[in-house]
Design a protein around this ligand. Structure first.
Ligand SMILES: C[S@@+](CC[C@H](N)C(=O)[O-])C[C@H]1O[C@@H](n2cnc3c(N)ncnc32)[C@H](O)[C@@H]1O
Length: 214
């Protein structure tokens, strides 16, 4: 996953998603696994005294936005042994059973685990500028039931919700660059496409699931 386009712009959907799932809850220590450039960690700040943003990619951590309540690291050994909120925002798809076990061991009994993601619908724009639809087998709705150890968790919310957001042409291009690079496709087609507008409304789906550790 490329860090430059990620740090350039992320859809403004993290705060909305967390407000839906965490409501007025408050935590001592949130561990944000796969924090990327910190967008999800920043959105967690209102819900936790301290946030640890962890990402194995050093390039992502180097570009993460500093905030006094957040500590970013790419070193797994530096992670705390216990947290009361464990967040996977757009990262679960990259995490196998073995790795999940390591992260969930850090969650205290009664702690909350949340799996969040969103899917932006680029098809109407791609059609307009004459680009082929994106095809990917990425599972945005991945949650704990996709792993064998899910029985140690009690699910309390599972939701898919539609929303929309506005972005500038430059922001749209950053999103498309990141998506294309993630799929291993050349971004040249984006540079040569003719976009007709300076701003866009994009539709998106929010996916979120919340659990309590038994
Ligand atoms: C789609 S990004 C999400 C970034 C951020 N959470 C957000 O919402 O903006 C997924 C992140 O997962 C990270 N990742 C990949 N494999 C991982 C693993 N095994 N453990 C933790 N994070 C991982 C990637 O480096 C990437 O930064």
């Amino acid at each position: 996953m490329e860090s430059n386009h990620y740090s350039a712009y992320r859809p403004p959907l993290h705060k909305l998603t967390l407000s839906r799932i965490l409501k007025d809850r408050h935590f001592e220590l949130a561990l944000d696994v796969g924090c990327g450039v910190g967008t999800s960690s920043l959105a967690l700040v209102p819900y936790a005294k301290r946030v640890i943003g962890y990402d194995p990619s050093q390039a992502m951590i180097e570009k993460a936005t500093p905030q006094p309540a957040i500590t970013y690291t790419n070193l797994i050994d530096e992670l705390p042994n216990s947290c009361d909120l464990l967040c996977f925002f757009g990262s679960l798809e990259y995490i196998n059973t073995e790795a999940l076990k390591k992260y969930t061991q850090k969650l205290v009994k009664g702690g909350q685990l949340i799996c969040c993601d969103f899917e932006v619908d680029y098809q109407p724009i791609l059609e307009k500028i004459g680009l082929e639809p994106m095809r990917t087998d990425y599972n945005h709705s991945k949650n704990l039931t996709d792993y064998p150890n899910h029985k140690s968790f009690k699910e309390h919310v599972r939701q898919v919700e539609s929303t929309s957001f506005n972005c500038s042409l430059e922001q749209l291009k950053s999103l498309l660059y990141a998506e294309f690079e993630n799929m291993g496709k050349s971004t040249k087609v984006i540079d040569s496409a003719s976009f007709e507008r300076e701003s866009y409304e994009l539709k998106a789906f929010l996916y979120y699931t919340g659990y309590t550790k038994r």
